[in-house]
Design a protein around this ligand. Structure first.
Ligand code: ARG
Ligand code: ZN
Length: 854
């Protein structure tokens, strides 16, 4: 059954107050619910309480056992009610220990915890499980005190105490009305890193990050990020925290990154735990970014929530934008932007160009869990960023203030967000709304012409938005393009940056007083999420990569130069490497540049990204061309790489932006030396691996070794395994490092690793570490035999029996068959068909596989 946005109807019944009483036990948990329900509007429809796999043991209406006034309609409980307000009580029994979906109430490493977004509450109790029904919750938890000394829920703890038989209880009250998806509880034996924060209006907030006792020492970075986020949101958006407590819990088995439950965020432990020995610099950034993201949801998501799931990007796009702004303010803004765009291009662009393309506000879904996508999150964030660019920081802030004030306590829509921005700024956003409605990545053609005699330069722009499933014809969208011109001869800025809004199919912009040939810098800072096509020469791109004053544009010019070179190499079997080598050399040896930026700028685009530029992807040819260019850059610049490598050698680990940048550049340099095949490459890598006092250097060296064929490689992999076999998060890295290897036996290794005793389908992190990582390894996954496809489909089928939403996330790589040659496409389609033939397939996997097959 397909759910459509246009079918939205306000809820028939509201639940202003709810009390939940949990008698917790992993095998059999009793849930008693007391709902105060009120009829919403003038209608005679019954009360419908969603359920999923629940059996009502008790149903009472206004205190009386009611037998003939309720019935089951499939999984839902339907009750005929005479009046305008009633009290409904139900009781059910659930088995968290057997919950392998990790949705609802489940067990993880001795804990009991919940995940309710989007529709998990219906697996816990009968309730109108939709985001526009907001309730005040009182939650009573009861459990055995020895196993579950800690009992947490949303809001503030109001009471608690001991009971007979070694049991105890706690009561929690959340004064803020919230939808079901923000409900949470945790019971377990955990220790806390405690701290406090005083909000700018003087509220004292007790902060606690709860983890296994042995992990408390790994929570400092998360705590620092939490406090920084709280201060940042006050300063940047005027948003204060609103409860007396803020609790974060880390769990090992979690379907995604983390969850913003009101006052009780629950995290995948990989986004909380970090120390130098076990977490890389990238992991540290991930922790800070996700802690900030979930904290920011307290306003963009919780205080103002979503009317229905079609509005998901209202909270997710906006919150990703907010966490990106936060991270840019904390570290290197340039590197942060490069990483945002790299992620968008790696996952959202392919989604937008394939069978699963959807607008950031979708029109229909079968299973909402399938719509927690890069489009909703990352393109959604780019759309908010464009508003910020078009309105300017000040008007944008006035718009967000108005939005929060107008809709506080409400379940809102994307339209209401845009309306608030429009009302506060006075801007006309009529055309901008197309960004919510149209899927597909716009393509922009840009050309600059110059008349030396008149000193005029003319920028000609054109756009087209490609057809996507269900949307054959598109309208032009307003695209804010940051543009500047540089002089070829003098290197001077000829036209300082301005925002050109391409708001129709074409546009011309005239520049006066341009005395020398201008070089075009466009979509600076990636101001619009589009593909820009220009006919800039290799020389122009090299010029920009060395001289542009926008770091993103500089990175972008280098990437374009590299991509152009690789595309020619794949098409013709040969290419002139010299312009890339020279441009890399210039960047690598420019003492004015931040090493963190240099490290990103000199990296070649991924094989997958090169594939995305081609009509028919040829994985082995792309691999060969890219490896040849890597080797050339490595060989030609050996001295410069050795210098960068030596410069990155620190006496002692330090966590600072400078130290991070040097570490990053050091491992990039090591990778190029290995690509060059220098005689001491494996020895250098092994020494770095063995002597490292931090995970960034150790894993960086392991990754370089893993791509090669040295005796050191096997030693390092074994040593790494032995050292970290007790640490799941680090073991994930061991699996991933081998799954993304560029070696030609990678697929064999992955098949072997899937039989390793430490591999399990039950833990989503482990699954992503091996299977997800492998599917992103273009050459290995697209092995001409089709074994990679078969492996992935086998995994989808096996995981679907345990955890459908996680299984469904593995499918998109198979849906890219249209981009490959007939033989590969046929093999990919055959695997999709095989998946679809499995009896009892979940709707999660059915939706993704059937749409992918087309
Ligand atoms: N709201 C959570 C976050 O963005 C993620 C929830 C994901 N849920 C899902 N069904 N995929 O932080
Ligand atoms: Zn989110």
């Amino acid at each position: 059954p397909v759910i459509r946005r246009e079918d939205y109807r306000a809820p028939d019944w509201l639940v202003p107050e709810v009390s939940l009483d949990f008698r917790l036990d992993p095998a059999a948990t009793r849930v008693l619910a007391r709902l105060e329900v009120t009829r919403n509007g003038d209608h005679a429809r019954p009360l419908r309480l969603d359920g999923d796999g629940l059996v009502p043991l008790v149903v009472r209406i206004d205190g009386a056992a009611a037998a003939d006034t309720w019935r089951m309609d499939g999984p839902a409980l339907v009750i005929d009610l005479p009046g305008a307000a009633h009290v409904i009580e139900t009781e059910v029994e659930i088995a968290p220990a057997g919950n392998t979906q990790l949705m609802g109430l489940y067990a993880s490493g001795g804990l009991l915890c919940t995940q309710c977004e989007p529709e998990g509450v219906r697996r816990i109790t009968f309730f109108p499980d939709r985001p526009d029904v907001l309730s005040r919750y009182t939650v009573r938890l009861e459990a055995g005190e020895a196993t579950y000394p800690l009992l947490l829920s949303n809001g503030d703890r109001t009471d608690g105490g001991g009971l007979e038989d070694g049991r105890h209880w706690a009561e929690w009250r959340d004064p803020f009305p919230k939808p079901t998806y923000l409900f949470a509880l945790v019971a377990g034996d955990l220790a806390a890193n405690r701290d406090s924060f005083v909000t700018r209006s003087g509220r004292e907030v007790d902060l606690a990050i709860w983890v296994k006792a042995a992990d408390v020492g790994k929570t400092e970075h998360a705590m620092a990020a939490l406090k920084a986020s709280m201060a940042w949101d006050e300063q940047t958006y005027g948003r204060e925290y609103d409860l007396g407590e803020f609790n974060i819990v880390a769990v090992a088995d979690f379907n995604f990154g983390a969850m913003e439950n009101k006052g009780l965020n629950i995290f995948n432990s990989r986004y909380i735990l970090a120390d130098p020995d076990t977490a890389t610099d990238g992991d540290y950034d991930g922790v800070a970014g996700v802690v900030a993201h979930e904290y920011f949801h307290n306003w963009s998501g919780n205080r103002v929530t979503c009317r229905d799931w079609f509005q998901l990007s209202l909270k997710e796009g906006f919150t990703v934008f907010r966490d990106q702004q936060f991270s840019a303010d904390q570290g290197s803004a340039a590197v942060g932007r490069i990483e945002n765009v790299r992620a968008l291009r790696a996952s959202q662009f392919p989604e937008d160009a394939g069978p699963l393309a959807h607008p950031i506000r979708p029109e229909a879904y079968m299973e909402i869990s399938n719509f927690y996508t890069a489009t909703i999150y990352n393109k959604g964030a780019e759309v908010i960023r464009m508003l910020h660019t078009l309105l300017g920081a000040q008007a944008f802030r006035q718009g967000s203030d108005l939005y929060f004030e107008r809709h506080d306590g409400q379940a809102a829509t994307c339209e209401q967000f845009v309306q608030a921005m429009e009302d506060a700024s006075g801007a006309d956003l009529a055309a901008f709304r197309l960004w919510y409605a149209q899927a597909g990545t716009p393509r922009v053609r840009a050309a600059i012409s110059h008349e030396p005699a008149s000193g005029q330069a003319r920028l000609t722009l054109g756009q087209s938005v490609p057809a996507t499933p269900g949307q054959p014809v598109k309208q032009s969208m307003p695209l804010p393009l940051r543009v500047a011109l540089f002089g070829e001869l003098t290197g001077r800025v000829l036209a300082p940056e301005q925002v050109v809004v391409l708001d129709g199919p074409t546009k011309e912009v005239l520049f006066e007083g341009i005395g020398e040939r201008p070089i075009l810098s466009i979509n600076r800072d990636f101001s619009a999420p589009v593909v820009v096509e220009t006919d800039r020469s290799a020389a122009d791109l090299a010029f920009l990569s060395a001289n542009d004053d926008d770091p993103f544009a500089r990175y972008e010019a280098m990437q374009q130069l590299m991509v152009d070179t690789l595309v020619v190499a794949v098409a013709t079997g040969t290419a002139d490497h010299a312009p890339v080598v020279e441009a890399v050399e210039r960047t690598l040896t420019d003492p004015a540049l931040d090493p963190a930026f240099v490290a990103e700028a000199v990296l070649l685009p991924s094989e997958a990204f090169v594939g995305d530029q081609m009509l028919v992807v040829d994985p082995p040819a792309i691999h060969a061309a890219r490896e040849a260019l890597r080797a050339r850059i490595g060989t030609r610049l050996e001295e410069a790489w050795r210098a960068a490598y030596a410069r990155g050698q620190a006496d002692r680990y330090e966590y600072s932006p400078q130290a991070k940048g040097l570490r990053r550049l050091r491992t990039v340099a090591l990778g190029y030396l290995a690509a060059a095949g220098v005689a001491d490459a494996a020895a250098l890598a092994f020494a770095q691996f063995d002597e490292a006092d931090n995970m960034t250097d150790r894993q960086g060296a392991l990754g370089v070794l893993a791509n090669g064929r040295s005796a050191e490689r096997e030693d390092a992999l074994d040593m790494f395994y032995e050292r970290y076999r007790g640490n799941g998060l680090v073991l994930d890295k061991w699996f991933t490092t081998q799954a993304v290897s560029t070696r030609d036996d990678c697929l064999d290794a992955v098949e072997r690793l899937a039989r390793h005793p430490d591999f399990t389908l039950a833990n989503p992190n482990r699954l992503r570490a091996l299977v997800g990582a492998f599917a992103s390894n273009q050459r290995a996954f697209h092995d001409a035999s089709g074994r990679g496809y078969r492996f992935l489909a086998d995994m989808v089928i096996a995981v679907d029996r345990l955890n459908p939403s996680t299984a469904a996330k593995l499918i998109p790589p198979l849906g890219r068959w249209r981009r490959f040659d007939g033989a590969r496409a046929g093999l990919m389609k055959a695997e999709l068909r095989r998946v679809l033939e499995v009896p009892g397939l979940s709707k999660d996997v059915f939706e993704q596989a059937s749409k992918s097959l087309g």
